[in-house]
Write a protein that binds this ligand. Structure first.
Ligand code: AMP
Ligand code: FE
Ligand code: FE
Ligand code: ZN
Length: 282
């Protein structure tokens, strides 16, 4: 069983439509794939409708969070009820503020001499939850940077960078509770991704575990071997599920589907804990 529990589509900052994504997932030899777009479930229906034979779809989302008074982090929610009003409203607020913030980042880029426009960025985002990768793509098109990762520097869009603008984020502990309240399962995405910015302490992860966090993502491209070993030991101490995933973003990142995977026992434990939605097997 090959299981990849973290991917993005055009519903947020991936480059494959949800339908293309599930077809590619099967072609890549996956048996289970989770669609986890940033702050949205907008891709769920199209992914389910295009699901190829032999592939199970886990419906999820990756929620923009903050902890320790200013450290950004991502919380994966799996198999929650998308109509549960409190969590649905939280996702709505997150997406709405993404628009304000992306427009402000475009303005900063323009002030810094980059000839990009909000109209073009909106077009690139194509109605999906808009984020820095869409602004980055516009900067690539304008010849300002060579590739998307070239825009994630202090010159442009990296945390604290010249054109960086903060977005609204919900407290991580609230995200854990909202996901659980909608019958879903919370897994902390890439908790040790130190190159993206500051990361939270083990004590904070322990507090989140107390509040209902079910697991942490261990095998991820942003974790080196030492970080993976550390997180695995921490998960053992806190009795958390460990997962692995590609965090595939299509052509916006170099990683391919299935490059990191989750073992069947961990996946089974997540599916068993969830009460808000079921995995879909055509
Ligand atoms: P946002 O949610 O708008 O703040 O943008 C964060 C997204 O940017 C992440 O989900 C990644 O997809 C992408 N990202 C973050 N750091 C990098 C990087 N160094 N290179 C390429 N993409 C990145
Ligand atoms: Fe992303
Ligand atoms: Fe993430
Ligand atoms: Zn992600």
């Amino acid at each position: 069983m090959r299981i990849d529990l973290h991917t993005h589509s055009t519903a947020s900052d991936g480059t494959d439509t949800p339908a293309e994504l599930v077809v590619k997932a099967r072609a890549a030899g996956l048996d289970v794939v989770a669609l986890t777009d940033h702050d949205t479930t907008a891709g769920w229906t199209a992914a389910a409708e295009a699901l190829p034979h032999g592939l199970t779809l886990v419906r999820g989302a990756e929620i923009s969070c903050v902890a320790e008074g200013g450290i950004s982090l991502h919380m994966l929610g799996y198999l929650f009820d998308p109509t549960e009003p409190e969590f649905a409203q939280a996702r709505d607020l997150l997406r709405t503020d993404r628009v304000r913030r992306a427009e402000a980042m475009v303005e900063r880029c323009r002030e810094l001499g980059a000839p990009i426009t909000w109209a073009r960025v909106r077009e690139i985002a194509g109605g999906g939850a808009v984020g820095r990768p869409h602004v980055a793509t516009a900067l690539v098109e304008a010849g300002v940077v060579a590739d998307v990762s070239g825009a994630f520097t202090a010159q442009w869009l990296a945390n604290g960078g010249r054109a960086f603008v903060e977005k609204y984020e919900i407290q991580a502990i609230d995200a854990v509770r909202l996901i659980g309240g909608a019958g879903g399962v919370a897994v902390f995405a890439h908790p040790g991704a130190v190159k993206r910015g500051r990361t939270v302490s083990d004590a904070t992860i322990a507090e989140l575990a107390e509040a209902g966090l079910a697991g942490i993502e261990v095998d991820h491209m942003d974790h080196d071997d030492a970080m993976r070993a550390h997180l695995r030991a921490l998960a053992g101490d806190l009795r958390l599920i460990t997962t692995g995933s590609s965090d595939y973003h299509g052509t916006r990142k170099t990683i391919d589907l299935g490059e990191n995977t989750t073992d069947p026992e961990s996946y089974g434990a997540i599916a068993e804990l969830a009460t808000g939605a079921r995995p879909i097997t055509p």
